[in-house]
Design a protein around this ligand. Structure first.
Ligand SMILES: CC(C)(COP(=O)(O)OP(=O)(O)OC[C@H]1O[C@@H](n2cnc3c(N)ncnc32)[C@H](O)[C@@H]1OP(=O)(O)O)[C@@H](O)C(=O)NCCC(=O)NCCS
Length: 168
């Protein structure tokens, strides 16, 4: 499995199909999905298909994509983080989604900071965005602590999102 980056407490590594169960567990918690446009996953097979069609396809197409967050101390998979090229915007966005049991420990900020640095230093990006529902206060905080700043409000997938931006 390919490690994308490492932080003090986390590994971010590329997804593989065998992560379907963990991905399903993450994406079937309504609290986790409260402020994200994705619908809850129905089963592990659907989770596997999404991994194949999205992050795993992105690695091949663009050379990068979102990855699985592994807690170094236990080896547990606690969620995802990472950069994704958004075709509809022609921009790269940073995102994070963690299991509820691991919220409130600064882990999303730790992951997001490392992802942004990686994007600038290793991928040569000039600009990274973050899309967030304005009522998702924890996520807005993470973006701000990562150095992104509010730029504008955009509508897509039928909802309004605040677009945050950081430039190198
Ligand atoms: C968003 C998410 C990844 C944050 O993870 P986390 O590891 O708890 O984040 P951090 O601990 O790094 O930082 C969270 C910050 O938000 C603050 N926060 C959290 N909930 C809050 C609330 N309801 N009101 C005000 N501040 C809040 C925390 O205090 C912290 O800020 P601080 O360091 O200034 O105290 C996590 O809540 C999650 O997975 N949510 C569901 C998925 C999601 O919405 N992802 C983002 C989509 S854009």
């Amino acid at each position: 499995m390919k490690v994308i980056l490492e932080t003090e407490r986390l590994f971010l590594r590329e997804y593989v199909e065998a992560d379907a169960e963990a991905f399903f567990k993450l994406n079937s918690d309504p609290e986790v999905l409260r402020f994200v446009p994705d619908k809850g996953l129905l089963n592990v097979e659907q989770a596997r298909q999404i991994l194949v069609d999205h992050p795993i396809a992105d690695y091949r197409k663009y050379g990068f994509g979102r990855g699985a967050c592994i807690l170094k101390s236990t080896g547990e998979q606690i969620g995802f983080a990472g950069l994704k090229y958004l075709e509809e915007f022609g921009e790269v966005d940073v995102a994070f989604r963690l299991m509820r049991t691991h919220w409130g420990q600064g882990l999303a900020t730790e992951a997001a900071l490392a992802c942004v640095r990686f994007g600038f230093a290793k991928l040569g990006l000039k600009r990274i965005i973050g899309l967030v529902m304005p009522e998702n206060i924890a996520s807005v905080r993470v973006l701000e602590k990562t150095g992104l700043r509010y730029a504008e409000t955009v509508t897509f997938w039928g909802s309004q999102f605040s677009k945050y931006v950081i430039t190198q």
